[in-house]
Design a protein around this ligand. Structure first.
Ligand SMILES: [Zn+2]
Length: 385
C-alpha cells in the first residue's frame, strides 16, 4: 500500500492458501491472495506472448512453487522485485489470451484478493490488445475520481508530475515529485478560491501513477483541460524559466524532444513497461485521435504561454514548445505540460521552493486559465455566427 511521504510503507504479502490458477474452455482464472491491498496493473505483451502483473510494494516469496505448471495455457511463471517497492509476476502464455477482467476485493477475513480472468482470443486480437495501452487494466486503491468545486463549472485536471517510486528529477536532496505535488496543491486552492473552476487532481499523495492512468483520471472526470506540472533537470544546454509544452508527434526541437524523453521515462523508471506502445499502429491511431484535439491543445498552450509571458513581476521566461509527451495524449482534452522551472538552474531551484514565488506562479496560471476560458467562449461565439 502506498502511503504519504515520509511514512513507513508496509509491504503486502502473498497468502499462498488463497492463491490459485485454473483453466476451463473459456480461459484462465488466476487468484492472488494478499495480506493487504496494493495498487496493481495487468497487461499483456506480444513476442513472446506474456501476461504481466505489476504490483505496488508486495512480497512474493509466498507464491506457491509450481503455480501455473498444472495448466497447459501457462508455459512458465516467474516473479520478482524489479524496482524498489514494485513487484512483478510474468506468465508466459502458450495460447493467446486477453485480460477479460481484473479486480481486487476484500475477503470476509479482512485480507485482499486479486482476481484476474483471461479469455481465449485470436492471435490478432491478442496482438491488438497488447499493442494498445488502453487495452491494459490498471487498478489503484482510489478508483473514485474526486472533483472539487461547484457543479457546472469547467474542470481543470491538475497533474503533479512523477510520484512514489518515480522521484522525477533530483538536485541534491530535492525531488521533483515533491515540488510538483506542493505546487499542484497551491494551484488547486487558488483555482477553487477563484470560484470559476472545478478541479480534479491526478494525485494528492506521494504515489506512483502511470502516465496512461493520469490521462484516464482526467478523462473519467470529464476534464475540460489538463495541466501536467514538472520541474526538470536538464543536463544538455541551459534550460531555465517557465516553459509551456504541448504535444507534437513530429517535433524537431531538440530540447523539447530531450525533455519529452525524460518525462516519458516515468513509467519505465517505475517498472511499468511501455513496450509495444511505440508500435507503429499505436502511433497512427494516436495521431488520428489527436488531429482534432491538436488545435484545441495548441490554442490552450499558446494562451497560457502568452499570459505567463506578461507576468513580468514574476520574471517568468515563458516559452512555448512542443514534443511527443505520452502524458499529453488524451484525445478530446486540451493538454499542456508546464515546466514550472528547471531544478538544474540554481535561481529556478530557489524560486521553485519559495512559497511567495509558488503563490505568484499559481496566481499567474489562474489568470492565464481565465483568459483561456474567455478565448474559448469567443471562439464558440464566432462558430455560432
Ligand atoms: Zn518531470
Amino acid at each position: 500500500m502506498f502511503l504519504g511521504a515520509g511514512q513507513p510503507v508496509l509491504a503486502a504479502q502473498i497468502i499462498a492458501s488463497n492463491t490459485s490458477i485454473s483453466s476451463d474452455v473459456g480461459g484462465v482464472t488466476l487468484t492472488l491472495g494478499l495480506s493487504d491491498s496494493t495498487p496493481f496493473s495487468v497487461y499483456t505483451l506480444d513476442n513472446p506472448r506474456r501476461l504481466l502483473i505489476d504490483m505496488g510494494d508486495t512480497e512474493l516469496e509466498n507464491l506457491p512453487a509450481g503455480l501455473g505448471s498444472e495448466i497447459p495455457e501457462v508455459a512458465a511463471l516467474r516473479h520478482g522485485l524489479f524496482q524498489l517497492g514494485e513487484a512483478r509476476i510474468v506468465l508466459d502464455l502458450s495460447v493467446p489470451m486477453v485480460v477479460h477482467s481484473a479486480h481486487s476485493t476484500r475477503t470476509p477475513s479482512g485480507s485482499e484478493q486479486i482476481a484476474i480472468r483471461l479469455a481465449r482470443a485470436s492471435a490478432a486480437k491478442f496482438a491488438a490488445n497488447s499493442a494498445n495501452p488502453d487495452g491494459n487494466v490498471w487498478h489503484r486503491n482510489q478508483v473514485e475520481v474526486e472533483i472539487e468545486g461547484q457543479d457546472g463549472l469547467p474542470i481543470i485536471a491538475i497533474d503533479a508530475g512523477h510520484g512514489g517510486v518515480d522521484l522525477g528529477a533530483q538536485k541534491d536532496d530535492v525531488h521533483e515529485k515533491t515540488i510538483t505535488l506542493q505546487f499542484a496543491e497551491i494551484l488547486r486552492n487558488t483555482l477553487l478560491e477563484d470560484g470559476r473552476f472545478r478541479v480534479v487532481m491526478t494525485r494528492t499523495t506521494d504515489v506512483f501513477i502511470p502516465l496512461g492512468e493520469r490521462v484516464e483520471i482526467a478523462r473519467r472526470a470529464g476534464a475540460d483541460a489538463f495541466i501536467s506540472l514538472h520541474a526538470d533537470v536538464v543536463t544538455l544546454g541551459r534550460a531555465r524559466g517557465t516553459t509551456v509544452f504541448s504535444l507534437s508527434e513530429t517535433s524537431e526541437d531538440q530540447e523539447a524532444i530531450t525533455i519529452a524523453t525524460l518525462e516519458n521515462r516515468a513509467d519505465l523508471v517505475a517498472g511499468i513497461s511501455a513496450e509495444g506502445e511505440d508500435d507503429q499502429i499505436t502511433q497512427v491511431l494516436l495521431q488520428m485521435a489527436h488531429r482534432e484535439t491538436d488545435a484545441l491543445s495548441n490554442r490552450f498552450a499558446d494562451v497560457l504561454a502568452e499570459s505567463l509571458w506578461f507576468q513580468n513581476d514574476l520574471e517568468i521566461k515563458s516559452r512555448r514548445m512542443s514534443a511527443g509527451f505520452r502524458v499529453l495524449r488524451a484525445p478530446e482534452i486540451p493538454s499542456v505540460l508546464v515546466e514550472l522551472g528547471f531544478m538544474s538552474d540554481a535561481s529556478d531551484l530557489k524560486k521553485l521552493q519559495d512559497p511567495e514565488w509558488q503563490l505568484g506562479m499559481s496566481e499567474a496560471l489562474r489568470s492565464a486559465l481565465v483568459t483561456w476560458l474567455e478565448v474559448e467562449a469567443e471562439m464558440r461565439g464566432l462558430l455560432r455566427n
